[in-house]
Each structure stands twice: as structure tokens, then as C-alpha cells.
Design a protein around this ligand. Structure first.
Ligand code: NAP
Length: 250
């Protein structure tokens, strides 16, 4: 069991980051999880938690030096590209052992009716007129859909938006993703004809994709941005192995 004063910093905000923190704390490591601070009531995490931006890559590098961080794990969401760029910049400045935990993207299966698009604008253009669409996107990605006054949107979010969404024809649904049964009931009750979402990967929000497959609903899937694939692993076990291999820096 490690008994060190130095910590592992996990850039988090995802389910995997939370599981990883719990696993490392269980094994006796000192862990600090970093959250952006956008969610009002985030789930409790094991170990220490800090919240809010660092001030770019240089700010993160300063934090690493100041707080005696020995290992950095970027376990942020696949679409949270700015913080991941900052992590790479901080690694270049500090030379700290670093790994990115990135859940694999979902792959289309038989029965799926996906239209894959590269950008939000392509998603806006791909929706047919008069569709009833579940918009399963964060609040900062809704505005481009305002130009589709010919479409009815059901916008699902965890926290209520702080500013008007700007959509013309829409309903707001404040809830978290549910089980396949719940998602099927939700899609059916709201008479939804399409889903627009991002290829986040992971289990937490996959139920709606399975529900869409069962109901034969088309999904407009926004693919992930291309990212550097250096030091990237797909699962928690690989991160734990990396930490064990680098435990001498702790
Ligand atoms: P982003 O655009 O990549 O980052 C914007 C800025 O927010 C960063 O430059 C950084 O500020 C701060 N930041 C982001 N994540 C942080 C973290 N874990 N700890 C400290 N500061 C952080 O990020 P985003 O897409 O807004 O996502 C914010 C957070 O929500 C991330 O932690 C991510 O894992 C989580 N999340 C995102 C999504 C998504 O769809 N993007 C979905 C689920 C969860 P400074 O430059 O000042 O350091």
C-alpha cells in the first residue's frame, strides 16, 4: 500500500473518473479529482475534490507544481477538448507521468439507423422537416438548432438552463438518462421520431441508443473530434496498471 504525500490528479467530470478515484483511494493512493464546477450538485467522489478552471495549460502546470502532483490522469469527457489540450500543454511544461482515459466510442450495430455527422451544423442540416427530435446535448450546443423552426425539439438536461435556449418549438425535460425501458417509454410517450446526440461512448447514456434500435428510430450521431492518440487507454484497469508502474514518483 502506498503511503505517500504526493497525489494523483484526475481531471474528471465523468462516470469513469469517479470510479477510478474510488478504486485508487481504495488502494491507498492520495487522489485529487478536479471538476469544472458546472454541475450544481455533483455526485459525491472518493478522495479530495477541487472545482473550477486552472487558467489554461500554464495554470494547470502551476497547480501540479504547487500541489506536488506526481501523476496526471485526464479522464474528462471525449468532447471536452479544451481541458484535454490544457492537460497536454501542462505535461509538456512539467514532464509529469500522464495518461488519458478515454472510453471507446459506440459502434453502430445491426438494427441501428444512424446518420453520422462531423459537426453540430451538419446535425442541424440532417434533421428532416416536421421531425420530433430528442436533443440529448449540453446547453451550450443547442443554439444552432434555433434555425429549425420547422422541427419540434424535446431538450433533455440535468440542470435547468441559465439562459433562454432560443429554440422556436420545444419542450424542456429536466432529467437524467434512464434504463432502456424508461428510455423506450419516454421516446414513445413524447412521440419522438429522431434522436440527436454525440458519440460519447460509455454505458450511462447508451440506453437511449438501444431504445432507438428497438423502436426503429433514426439517430443523428455527432462523431468525436479527432484527438492525439498518444498515452490514451480505454479502461480503468490500464490506468491502475500505469499508476502502479509509476508509483515510484508518488
Ligand atoms: P472544455 O470545453 O474542454 O473546457 C473548458 C474549460 O473549463 C477548460 O479550459 C478549463 O478551464 C475548465 N475545465 C474543464 N474541465 C475541467 C476539469 N475537469 N477541472 C478543472 N477545470 C476544467 O470542457 P467542457 O466540455 O465544458 O466540460 C467541462 C467538464 O464537464 C469536464 O470536466 C468534462 O469531463 C465534463 N463533461 C463534459 C461533457 C461534454 O459533453 N463536453 C459531458 C459530460 C461531462 P481553465 O482553462 O481555466 O483551466
Amino acid at each position: 500500500m502506498p503511503a505517500s504525500e504526493r497525489s494523483i490528479l484526475i481531471l474528471g467530470g465523468t462516470a469513469e473518473a469517479s470510479t477510478l478515484a474510488a478504486r485508487l483511494v481504495e488502494q491507498g493512493y492520495r487522489v485529487v479529482s478536479s471538476l469544472a464546477g458546472r454541475t450544481k450538485d455533483p455526485a459525491k467522489l472518493k478522495g479530495e475534490v477541487r472545482s473550477g478552471g486552472f487558467g489554461g495549460g500554464a495554470g494547470l502546470a502551476d497547480y501540479i507544481a504547487r500541489e506536488h502532483i506526481a501523476i496526471l490522469v485526464d479522464a474528462t469527457h471525449p468532447f471536452a477538448t479544451q481541458i484535454s489540450d490544457n492537460a497536454l500543454a501542462a505535461v509538456a511544461l512539467t514532464n509529469i507521468p500522464f495518461l488519458r482515459l478515454e472510453r471507446p466510442a459506440w459502434l453502430s450495430k445491426p438494427g441501428d439507423a444512424w446518420t453520422t455527422v462531423a459537426t453540430l451544423d451538419e446535425a442541424v442540416a440532417a434533421v428532416p422537416s416536421r421531425a420530433r427530435v430528442l436533443l440529448a446535448l449540453g446547453r451550450q450546443h443547442i443554439a444552432p438548432f434555433a434555425r429549425r423552426g420547422d422541427v419540434h425539439f424535446v431538450v433533455r438536461m440535468i440542470d435547468p438552463p441559465e439562459v433562454a435556449l432560443g429554440l422556436i418549438d420545444f419542450e424542456l425535460e429536466l432529467s437524467r438518462p434512464g434504463s432502456v425501458e424508461e428510455e423506450t417509454a419516454f421516446l414513445t410517450a413524447r412521440r419522438l421520431s429522431h434522436i440527436i446526440c454525440r458519440n460519447s461512448g460509455g454505458a450511462a447514456s447508451y440506453a437511449k441508443i438501444r431504445a432507438a434500435r428497438q423502436l426503429g428510430l433514426p439517430v443523428i450521431m455527432i462523431e468525436r473530434p479527432h484527438r492525439p492518440q498518444m498515452n490514451v487507454v480505454p479502461d480503468i484497469e490500464s490506468v491502475i496498471q500505469f499508476v502502479e508502474e509509476n508509483a515510484h514518483s508518488l
